[in-house]
Design a protein around this ligand. Sequence first.
Ligand SMILES: [Mg+2]
Length: 247
Amino acid sequence: MTDSKRQQPISYSNDTPSRQQLLYSAQQWANIDTVLLDMDGTLLDLHFDNYFWLQYMPSKYAEQNGLHKDAAHKILKQASDETQGTLNWYCLDYWSNRLNMPVAELKHHVVEKIQYRPYVKDFLGMIKQQGKRAVIVTNAHRDSVDIKMTKTGLDQRVDRIISSHDYQEPKESQEFWRHLQNDEPFNINKTLLIDDSQAVLRSAATYGFKHLLTIFHPDSQKEPNTQSEHPGIHHFNELFHKDNLIG
Ligand SMILES: [Mg+2]
């Protein structure tokens, strides 16, 4: 999709399930045969990741290096800003080396914060019942994916999980989608991508995806944000209009 065809930013502040029906009528929904789903902030509550990186890690880094927590927070923020949008930003090995901390192991300490987002189990059940293919496409490192699958059993509810680390390209890169198309063939006219990242949706739109949805409320502990270049939903029940209900 070219820039000129891209949708202008729209605020869906008055979004309701009835409005969402206009985005996907029964006929349009029936035309979708594959749903590509982001993991963190889409299927799982982004609160875990925000808590881990913005609270737990700074406090552990401060403890390890004899720093005040504010100073540790500043160092981690700067390191994060330097790498954002690259595969390293998502790579636990990179952070373990750079910070000299066992990041994957530390995640296990706060594993109770890993939670499904609302209505996700019902939504994935509906997709399965309708015979659509459900594939997780995540920028998360495989170690992080494993921790989350062990805690939630999410892997039992989808057909396949692809980490961008498998291709050594983040979803923000066009190369990621080319790898995906070869590895997991999909009809771009019948494939819906749901992702809470505007940068990822922009990358997917550039590649040529026609059906894109964002998540307005990725972190349950923060206020929703409805400013988006793409249509979106607060929760998956907004895709459950009467024609889509299970049973
Ligand atoms: Mg995400």
